[in-house]
Design a protein. Sequence first.
Length: 383
Amino acid sequence: MTARERVLDALSHREPDRLPLDIGSARFTGMVKEAYEKLRAHLGFGEPGPIVDRMQQLVEMDEAVLQHLGADVRSLGQGAPDRGGGEELGEDRYRDEWGVVRVKPPGSHYYDLAGCPLAGEITPAEIARCRRPDPTDPGICRGLRARAEALRKTDYAVMYNARFNVVHTMQYLRGFEDWFLDLGADHRLFECLRDAILDVLVELNRRTLQQVGDLIDIVAFGDDVGQQDRPVCSLANYRKLIRPALERSVETIRAHTSAKILYHTCGSVYRYMDDFIAIGIDAVNPVQVTARDMEPARLKREFGDRICFWGAVDSHRILPHGSPAEVAAEVRRLFEVMGQGGGWVLAAVHNVQPDVPPENVRAMFAAGRQCLYPRQQRAATNL
């Protein structure tokens, strides 16, 4: 069975030969630079990777490292724009394509939010004048199909990293406090900003999906609509204010590809799961198991026949603080809980952080490669 077949079987609620594994295919299943450098040093091979997400300091992982771990998915992303992208504002400080300013404090691993262009009292006219990416920029699609064709010739599942992060873009433009105030009290302004951002993102992704929709297996995108102990808002407000953006994103994807849809949201989103399913999401990531109501057994029991899960290896406690043996035991436990009948792809809960020992990364994937389904167990017995 190829890696592509393995992943697609799992996403179609069928048991493949073994548990599918993922690291580095999405902007939420990767490795932060310091964690990746520790892994390279531990392995004794692998090339340094370029930064593919400046804010999170994620790197592009070397193919040799991905093959060693047994990763079944490979990443495809848009190109950099020729014009109107970000600009440097000094050492460890920049402005992005939306006009949001970020700074990397001394000793920090990441870039923090430092300037929100639409913070405070604003009007729809100011939203209309706000800086934004140009979906027609030729750099975004340059070489995209050729890269997709090259990946398609491999045995790996191809994941296109779409850009439908409407909620996050709103939060960065407004600032988190003003965004929550809009969510609670100023719905007209919330909808105005939401739709202005979504218009740009729909056109941007429409153009890229027209280029590669027939060559990809998975479309990944997401927003965080959960907190540690609850969703970001009531179900009524979610359905009125946030769900329409997700519906339009999915409609755009479905119009241009038959690929599976992987939706990322951190936090406690149990109360939204039925909505994700109704909208047409195929799999949800990262399955933040330490958040309220996100117990793997409960999720699998209540939703596992209708949606798949991607992630679930705890990055709060097990990965950074457990021993390699404890990490392996957790992978085996999750396989028994979430893997039965297919429907689970192994990955860490969000990106691997600098405090995760490289030995634990290897243990997670070594254990995952040993999680065999009955068809593979029978094949091994008959050898």
